[in-house]
Design a protein around this ligand. Structure first.
Ligand code: TLP
Length: 352
């Protein structure tokens, strides 16, 4: 293609994830000013403030600052289950796909998949729960992702969220909310984090996704649950010292970067619409299914060579399945960038 040398030198656009954002000067300023102490001794006032603020936001007794969403999920699984138990998750769950089998190693659990497509209903939950025979694993936990990553950032309807968690409780299961992108769900649906987390025993939010902090998640739940999670965090080497520097970034992100997630959602839609308007015969997007900032692009080609070609054209995206590409909008890309990104992705399929 004659334009390829020009495109290769184009300003790169990174839509691999909303985790790729860099802290803004104002966020760095807040980090530099943070009051700190040794958090393993429980003496970091900025961490305390973040934990209290997030716990209040989610309507839980206590919060625990952890390095990652993956650790938060694992602490929840360790805290709610015993080895040999089964955890019910939706199809494509982060804990099943992207946590290196940690549930099996750290908690000794296995997973049961409820329904199809990531979100599921009460009937699918009932089907997934094993009866209490001595030879079955004990189904002891349900873990829900809101928004659901592999489903393309889908938001759970709040009535369905409540119905499923209430059924779980009625059947003796604990419930955990993986809210890595809970704020996206809130902004998209006009509901509050407290409303969405209310029916769960524990809930996590990530500060390092759409909110734009460099590191960190907060796990919340009852005092008893967080006391257990605190021990497990130390066990996994997640006790951090003067970590108020990072908590300050989280506090800044909570204050400044929640409402603007609506821009990311708008840009995800624009990206998808531009992509469809480019009329490449090799790709399709279900635009109506875009709830938030994640766009799944289905291909009739293998994804990896398209990802490699896109990179040559200055667009970073990821292959999330053999014939599927994921693109994620975030605070470091604007409308002009996503329009240009759509052009580059279409070109990467061989369609100018
Ligand atoms: N997801 C990452 C990758 O691991 C796939 C991403 O780029 O989207 N829960 C959900 C629903 C997530 O999407 C993620 C991150 C996590 C948990 C884990 O968070 P981290 O990366 O902080 O361990």
């Amino acid at each position: 293609m004659s334009s390829s040398s020009k495109a290769t030198s184009a300003e790169p656009i990174d839509l691999r994830s909303d985790t790729v954002t860099k802290p803004s000067p104002a966020m760095r300023e807040a980090m530099a000013r943070a009051e700190v102490g040794d958090d393993v001794y429980g003496e970091d006032p900025t961490v305390r403030r973040l934990e209290e603020q997030v716990a209040a936001l989610l309507g839980k007794e206590r919060g625990l600052f952890v390095p990652s969403g993956s650790m938060a999920n694992q602490l929840a699984i360790m805290g709610h289950t015993r080895p040999g138990d089964e955890v019910v998750v939706g199809e494509g769950s982060h804990s099943v796909w992207y946590e290196v089998g940690a549930g099996a190693v750290l908690a000794g659990v296995q997973f049961a998949i409820a329904g199809k497509g990531g979100l599921f209903d009460v009937d699918a939950l009932d089907e997934a729960i094993k009866p209490p025979a001595f030879y079955y694993p004990r189904t002891s936990l349900i873990a829900i992702e809101d928004t659901h990553n592999r489903a393309g950032g889908r938001v759970w309807p709040i009535t369905q969220l409540r119905a499923v968690t209430e059924r779980a409780r009625a059947r003796g299961l604990a419930s955990h909310l993986d809210g890595a992108r809970l704020f996206n769900a809130c902004v998209a649906s006009g509901t509050s984090p407290g409303e969405r987390a209310a029916s769960f025993d524990s809930a996590t939010v990530c500060l390092s996704k759409g909110l734009g902090a460099p590191v960190g998640s907060v796990l919340t739940g009852s005092v008893e649950f967080i006391t257990r999670a605190h021990r497990h965090r130390k066990m996994l080497g997640g006790g951090m010292r003067q970590v108020g520097i990072l908590a300050a970034a989280g506090l800044y992100a909570l204050e400044h970067n929640q409402a603007r997630l609506a821009d990311d959602h708008r840009n995800a839609r624009i990206f998808a619409e531009e992509l469809m308007a480019a009329r490449s015969p090799h790709l399709s997007v279900n635009v109506a299914a875009i709830d938030t900032n994640i766009v799944n692009v289905d291909l009739d080609l293998d994804a990896e060579p398209v990802v490699a070609r896109a990179r040559e054209l200055g667009l970073f995206v990821g292959a999330s399945a053999q014939k599927r590409i994921r693109a994620v909008t975030h605070l470091d890309v604007d409308e002009a960038a996503v329009r240009e990104a759509a052009r580059r992705l279409s070109a990467a399929t061989g369609h100018a």
